[in-house]
Every structure is written in C-alpha cells, then in structure tokens.
Design a protein around this ligand. Structure first.
Ligand code: HEC
Length: 131
C-alpha cells in the first residue's frame, strides 16, 4: 500500500491535482486538463492490479466502476481532439476500458490484467504522439 502510494507520487507530475469525477459529470468536463486529471485519478488505482492473479469482490467492483468511467473519459476526451492519432488512441483507451468491464463481469483476472496493460499503452501512446 505504502509502496504503491510512493510509486504513484513518483509517476505523477508534481502539479497533478486529483479529480474523482462521477460518471454522470464526465460528459460535462470542460477541458482536456480536467479529463486527464480524472483519467489519472480513476486509472491510477487500477495500475497496481495489472499483475494481480486474484481479485476480491471489492477489487472487481472498483474495476467495474473504473471501466465505466474510463470509457466515458475516453469518449469525452474526443471533444478536445488533436486529430486522427488522438482519436485512434482515445478509441483504443475506450475499447480497453470496456474490456476491463467485461473481465470484471467474468471475474477473469488474466483478462483484466491484459485490459489494464492495454489501457496504459493507450495513455502512453497518445501522450507520445499528441501531447
Ligand atoms: C487520446 C489521447 C490521450 C489519451 C488516451 C490519454 N491522454 Fe493524458 N493527455 C493527453 C494530452 C494531449 C495531454 C496534454 C493536455 C494539455 O495540453 O494540457 C495529456 C495530459 C495528461 C496529464 C497531465 C494533465 C495536466 O494536469 O496538465 C495526465 C496526468 C494524463 N494526461 C494522464 C492520462 C492517463 C492516466 C491516461 C490513461 C488512462 C491518459 N492520460 C490517456 C492525451 C491523452
């Protein structure tokens, strides 16, 4: 727990302010910065599950919640699109977020880990090509 906290402090830019946007508020987020702050806040706790071999019921509930919110955030990000590469990565992020939800529904830890890895790849891919 403490190690995960320290790790997240190292990985996240110093200026990062958490934004724990509820699902219903996501379509109203007003800037790419808000969408990204919410991405970081919602996805952050999922990263440490990437290699998990077993989930508790609470973990699955959190994965389902993160899936719904990250899919909505990927969709919302396109409001602030920077072109084709951006849209492609936003779609990839949305697909992987939905795959996480399907994995949570099936309680399939391997599939969840794969979706989380795919989502991380979409964050990184989009940042390297459009940020
Ligand atoms: C479709 C493209 C795209 C995807 C996918 C994406 N990002 Fe971003 N992200 C950006 C861009 C562009 C910026 C720079 C925004 C700016 O200029 O203010 C950014 C900025 C950020 C920032 C800095 C925000 C700030 O305060 O300025 C964070 C944190 C972040 N992204 C986290 C994430 C996480 C976590 C994910 C994956 C769950 C993710 N992003 C997925 C495009 C993307």
């Amino acid at each position: 727990m403490r190690a995960a906290l320290i790790l997240s402090l190292v990985l996240v830019p110093a200026c990062f302010k958490p934004l724990d946007a509820p699902l219903a508020e996501i379509p109203k987020l007003g800037s790419i910065e808000e969408v990204m702050r919410a991405n970081e806040t919602v996805a952050g706790p999922q990263w440490k599950m990437e290699g998990a071999t077993s989930y508790t019921d609470e973990d699955w509930a959190k994965a389902k919640d993160a899936s719904a919110r990250l899919a909505a955030l990927a969709e919302r990000s396109k409001e602030f699109s920077r072109g084709d590469a951006f849209n492609k990565w936003a779609d990839t992020m949305g697909e992987q977020a939905k795959a996480l939800g399907a994995a949570a529904e099936a309680k399939d830890a391997a599939a969840a880990g794969k979706a989380i890895g795919g989502m991380k790849g979409a964050c990184k891919g989009c940042h390297s090509e459009t940020r």
